[in-house]
Design a protein around this ligand. Structure first.
Ligand code: GTP
Ligand code: MG
Length: 197
């Protein structure tokens, strides 16, 4: 799919303040610093569309980006950032969970996972929560450029093995690098297929 236009729409602290629109939305979620905002920039080909940072906790609101005037990419705050007060963690959790559960036009969540790490409890639990809430999701492994191709495959297979302990059917899985623009066509084609219905 060709990205002809990608523009920031608005930032909102809760679902009810998100754009009043019915176009399909694709949201990016995952631990702080996993590369959600970088991936949005890579997919749209706009380097500074979503704000990124080497320090975790950069994205703190629900950010909508309208693509080709037809659908939205949604950048969410990360979860699991240790250096936060309990109150802050709860606030962000409410923001993320509320958006995911209430947003009717949300057609798919992309859960981002750092390909370098072994399966983390917090991500597995988030997947289970989406499963029980009937939220369609796909997994995007990030930062593939940080490992050799063989190590990427090894980690990918190890992760699939962990997933198959809980999931009868594995979700769609993508391997990406925002640095090397790897996985761009695959993710965009997947979105295009869903948009076509
Ligand atoms: P929060 O908004 O804080 O939750 O983080 P985020 O998930 O949006 O991460 P962000 O896109 O801001 O990226 C975090 C850091 O990882 C930045 O320093 C990025 O440059 C780096 N990064 C993201 N994706 C990649 C990638 O594919 N490869 C490499 N090498 N670095 C990446
Ligand atoms: Mg971010």
């Amino acid at each position: 799919m060709e990205i002809k236009k990608a523009e920031f729409t608005l930032s909102a602290p809760m679902e009810s303040m998100c754009p009043k629109d019915t176009k399909p939305e694709y949201a990016f979620i995952g631990r702080s610093n996993v590369g959600k905002s970088s991936l949005i920039n890579m997919l749209t080909g706009k380097k500074n569309l979503a704000k990124t940072s080497a320090t975790p906790g950069k994205t703190l609101l629900i950010n909508h980006f309208i693509i080709n005037n037809e659908w939205y990419l949604v950048d969410l705050p990360g979860y699991g950032f240790a250096k936060r007060s309990k109150k802050e963690v709860q606030k962000l959790e409410q923001m993320i969970n509320g958006y995911i559960l209430q947003r009717e036009q949300l057609v798919n969540v992309f859960l981002l996972i750092d390909i370098r790490l072994e399966a983390q409890k917090i991500d597995l639990e988030f997947m289970e929560w989406m499963g029980t809430s009937s939220v369609p999701f796909a997994i995007i492994f990030t930062k593939a450029d940080k490992l050799s191709a063989s190590k990427v495959l090894q980690n990918l297979n190890a992760y699939k093995k962990v997933l198959s302990e809980t999931w009868e059917e594995l979700p769609p899985i993508f391997v990406t690098s925002s640095e090397k623009k790897q996985g761009r066509d695959e993710v965009l084609d997947y979105i295009e297929q869903i948009n076509k219905g």
